[in-house]
Design a protein around this ligand. Sequence first.
Ligand code: 13P
Ligand code: SF4
Length: 341
Amino acid sequence: MQTQKLEYTQEVAESTASIYQKLSRQYKESHWKTLAPYIHEINRLKKEKNAVILAHNYMTPDIFYGVGDIVGDSLKLAQEAAKSDADIIVQCGVHFMAETSKILCPEKKILLPDLKAGCSLAESITAEDIRRLKKEHPGVPVVTYVNTSADVKAESDVCCTSSNALKIVEALGKEGHDTVIMTPDKFLAQNVAAQLKEKGSDINVLFWEGTCVVHERFTAKDVTGIRAANENVVVLAHPECPPEVIAESDFSGSTAQMDDYIKENQPHKAVLMTECSMSDNVAAANPDVEMIGTCQLCPFMKMISLPKILKTIQSEEPEIHVDPEISKRARKAVDRMLELS
Ligand code: 13P
Ligand code: SF4
């Protein structure tokens, strides 16, 4: 393929001016001039190819605000992928998100700018592990976090995301189950169990030993330290954080739920116990909220960049494929989640 020279022309400056207005606190002008030509060219190619870009909340602001058509948490991206009438979906996120889009839209071309963009949770469990769990606990439903491979979803009864995990487990309780197995994130499972207990439910939650390499690093001491240094700071934590962190926080929710909280409450100062780019994106949209900079980088999410997105949309590679039989079974678990949530 021919590599074209990307330049910061008048046309590029004009087409990206409104985006830079939002991001001028995040990027110096000299840096922006190197990003804007990519944004311009990617947006041009999207139109030409009837492609949409789904961008997770952990994408850097240049991707999130520059080229993302649909932005949000894992649940929203999955729901919007299902509704989209684009021919091509470029998933700016990690591998399991692209697989989920393929499961929901098998007829579309799903592209992921870097196939190595994985997830420590997805890597912590296999389909064989789920089959073994089911044998060990006959009749107990397996609720599997969307942060897993299609093979693992295919063996599970229902999926969940961080925004609907409690709802899904409660719905299973209403169906008469007194025990559920939550895989693979042990902290998400423990946090759901604590919420159930608070609500007086006696559903027993069994969990798998997986963790997110980003969120497991936060500690309760981090939160008390932030509070000591920042009077009246509002602390929001993702439910993949250890329970001791959630206990010290003011609010816990999925990336989209944290975003909504900030939009609606406009706290004077806030900190997000989650991935760094999420704080940058929230800061750009809420200039009156001072975002405190304690965060952790997800090495997998950070594999996605504007040059890789451009290469992907030009070449229409790498494409995500899911075995049709696996896809059909995985879809049942994803559809059940969408029904119950
Ligand atoms: P959300 O569903 O909250 O966006 O979380 C996805 C994820 O990977 C968090 O680490
Ligand atoms: Fe996976 Fe954690 Fe990265 Fe989310 S932040 S993609 S759960 S490793």
